[in-house]
Write a protein of this length. Structure first.
Lengths: 229, 493
């Protein structure tokens, strides 16, 4: 058995990793590294789930770690990277109205507000314990940071990554606030995969002209061929 | 058993679509599916005690009570009419090249799946299950919007997915809160609606307020409530009209259904008193933003879409009033709005085919000589417009009247403001109809527009739906009243 204090220290380090990745996702313009950073963020979530498992021993956490690893560390980043390579968009320099610096400052403010709000709402529940509580705060903050990315970037593919970050936040929040039944976690990941598939396919369309788009879809076999007369 | 019937029906429909080659046959399959769904629901209604017991439903996570069966029936009826209408409409789209033949199959597959997903959502007892089905309906309906080969459609679909999915994640956090609340109060957590309703009174109010508010955000986005309404006008205006009718007549109800179910839980708890004014505030803001956006609107389908936003605001006000009478009329309004709005979008679709502008889909509708070219659609818009602004004898009149009466007993000042806003919305609709429909080619010159031939399958749904609306407004059977009363009783208002 590993010392719980050591595990808690480990979780705190992983929290820092999550915060740094989130800050990177908010501020970077380089699309290729965005995907790998997202994969790193998901990986740290997997490790957090495993660390929690070693403390609490609930098998649900193990299952969550496994499914998160499969979907968010492997499948989704691979899929987005493939699409990106084929579409050849490398940089997203069009920010709608928030510059990276402003976004970072806003997200720091958000974390503070969430900390205060959550400490009021969760007062009295077991989630108020110090490090569990910080996980919940981080989860909601990550979610709002993802939302900022979704609404402040112009390219749909960056929006997708914002949405994915949001979902990571929800997962983090769920891990620390309560023990959700596995089936619910599973459902949300199914939803996530479908949203990502669909939006990236549509994204290919939005970042190119329409004729190109149909040609591309044909090439990827994502669209049916013209039917026999 | 019933769920298996619904699913088997859909699987059969999907297989038939996969092997059929013509648009008409695929359409026939969709129509058959929707009609079968209607028949199954009517069978349940007539020959089974509602709430239907779980053996007949076939799964413990699902249930069918009066509210569910009401929504399922409404959904299947609107889908049936929309499928009939789509027969002529899709043929027109194919002819003009706006819909590619390759995407036809995708269109009908998404259509069939959407009906199943909506029905499953309405039958879910578990809120998380309801959440996932609601989320999947967003995705399938976005496919329906995006199948038209125009860039604006993809834009509209992506906007819809992002606004709705992002908001739905907040709902999910709300559900996590709810789960934790029930776990701290009951020992073992649950998201089962029937169980939550039983125990809601003992939940800590602070957590309940947070949970309800977060869940509200997601379903508000699904039903186009301010400030999450931004996707709605574009999606409704860009989608093929048969799809617009479904979006407005059925999908918005999914959001309202979620809000009502969640609010019913909060209503059992002191939290209800905190949440109700909040919902009412959003209702008033929604009506306000809709009315003001309608005034300068030059695009008929966008105008009708904003009118949907306005009606969702009225529903929220009814929910906020939260007396049994108000909830009764909220349910009635859901039904009246769906039928009327579907018919309006069908009429607008005919005008859209007739006057589609060659420049862009978003250009001002150049309506001219409308009574000579498309008399039925013109009258459909006029009568449907009168119905939706709440003229007697149409059913919307009664529901609006009684909901606003309930509002008046709480705050006459807000009532006055809402009445002014509703008046603005009515004026906007009237102004559009008067200016657009009175434009005629001056006598002596030869008109340069040919009449667009409208097949019978596009005309029948408009007439039948309007007749249905009039009948609902004039005849109140005792069965109907007791049915609605039972829903109100089951929601424990």
């Amino acid at each position: 058995m590993i010392d719980p204090a050591f595990i808690q220290g480990l979780i705190k380090i992983l929290f820092v990793v999550v915060v740094i990745t989130a800050a990177y996702i908010i501020s970077t313009r380089n699309l290729l590294s965005l995907v790998s950073v997202y994969a790193l963020q998901s990986l740290s979530l997997v490790l957090i789930a495993l660390a929690l498992y070693s403390i609490e021993g609930a098998p649900v956490l193990l299952a969550i770690a496994a499914i998160t690893f499969a979907s968010k560390v492997l499948i989704i980043p691979y899929f987005i990277a493939t699409i990106q390579e084929k579409v050849r968009i490398r940089r997203d320099i069009e920010f709608h109205f928030l510059s990276p610096t402003t976004s970072l400052i806003i997200s720091m403010g958000l974390m503070l507000v969430i900390y205060i709000a959550l400490s009021k709402i969760l007062a009295g529940t077991h989630a108020r314990e110090s490090f569990l509580f910080f996980g919940a705060v981080l989860g909601i903050s990550l979610m709002l940071m993802g939302m900022m990315v979704t609404f402040s970037r112009k390219r749909a593919i960056t929006k997708v990554l914002g949405y994915l970050t949001m979902e990571n936040g929800v997962l983090l929040f769920g891990l620390f606030v309560t023990e959700l039944p596995f089936i619910i976690e599973f459902l949300i990941i199914i939803d996530l995969v479908i949203v990502v598939l669909l939006t990236t396919i549509l994204t290919v369309g939005i970042d190119s002209t329409l004729e190109d788009y149909h040609k591309r879809l044909h090439r990827f076999h994502l669209w049916e061929e013209e039917e026999r007369p | 058993m019933i769920l298996i019937a619904f699913i088997a029906c859909t699987v059969a429909a999907l297989l038939l679509i996969a092997i059929s080659h013509t648009a008409t046959r695929m359409n026939l399959v969709c129509t058959a599916q929707a009609v079968l769904f209607t028949l199954i629901t009517v069978y349940l209604l007539l020959f089974h005690a509602v709430p239907v017991d779980s053996f007949i439903i076939g799964n413990q996570y699902f249930f069918i009570d009066h509210f569910g069966i009401f929504e399922v029936l409404l959904t299947s009826v609107i889908f049936s009419f929309a499928a009939v209408y789509a027969r002529g409409y899709v043929a027109g789209l194919l002819e003009s090249g706006e819909l590619e033949k390759g995407s036809l199959k995708l269109f009908y597959v998404a259509w069939t799946l959407l009906l199943l997903l909506i029905v499953l959502a309405f039958c879910s007892d578990n809120l998380a299950l309801f959440w996932i089905f609601a989320e999947l309906t967003t995705i399938t309906s976005a496919i329906l919007i995006a199948t038209l080969s125009a860039r604006e459609n993809i834009d509209a679909a992506i906007k819809y997915i992002f606004v709705a999915s992002v908001a739905m994640l907040f709902s999910f956090v709300g559900l996590i809160f709810l789960f934790e609340t029930s776990r701290s109060a009951l020992g073992s957590g649950t998201l089962n609606w029937t169980e939550l309703m039983q125990h809601a009174a003992v939940f800590p109010p602070g957590m309940m307020v947070a949970a309800t508010a977060l869940v509200f955000i997601g379903f508000a986005a699904k039903s186009g409530i301010f400030p999450f309404h931004t996707w709605l006008p574009e999606a409704h205006a860009k989608a093929p009209s048969a799809v617009s009718a479904i979006l407005s007549g059925v999908l918005l109800n999914v959001g309202i259904y979620g809000i009502l179910r969640m609010f019913a839980i909060a209503h059992q708890n002191p939290a209800g008193a905190t949440i109700a004014p909040l919902i009412g505030l959003f209702g008033v803001l929604t009506i306000g933003i809709a009315a003001i956006s309608m005034l300068p609107q030059k695009n008929l389908k966008k105008l009708i879409a904003f009118s949907s936003v306005e009606n969702m605001g009225i529903l929220l006000i009814g929910i906020a009033v939260s007396t049994p009478l108000a909830i009764f009329w909220v349910l009635f309004h859901v039904m009246a709005h769906s039928l009327t709005k579907a018919s309006l979008f069908f009429s607008a679709g005919i005008l859209h085919r007739q006057y589609r502008s060659r420049v862009s889909a978003d250009a001002i509708d150049e309506i001219r000589d409308v009574f000579r070219l498309q008399p039925l659609a013109a009258w459909g818009i006029i009568l449907g417009g009168l119905a939706i602004i709440g003229m007697p004898p149409f059913p919307v009149f009664f529901s609006k009247f009684f909901i606003l009466l309930g509002l008046g007993s709480i705050s006459p000042l807000v009532l006055a403001a809402v009445l002014v806003l509703l008046f603005i919305a009515a004026v906007a609709l009237g102004y559009f109809v008067i200016t657009a429909f009175t434009q005629v080619t001056p006598p002596g010159t030869t008109p340069d527009i040919d009449r667009y031939p409208i097949p019978l399958s596009m005309k029948v749904p408009i007439v039948v739906l309007l007749c249905l609306a009039v009948i609902l407004g004039l005849v109140f059977t005792s069965g109907e009243i007791s049915f609605f009363n039972q829903i109100v009783a089951e929601l424990r208002f």
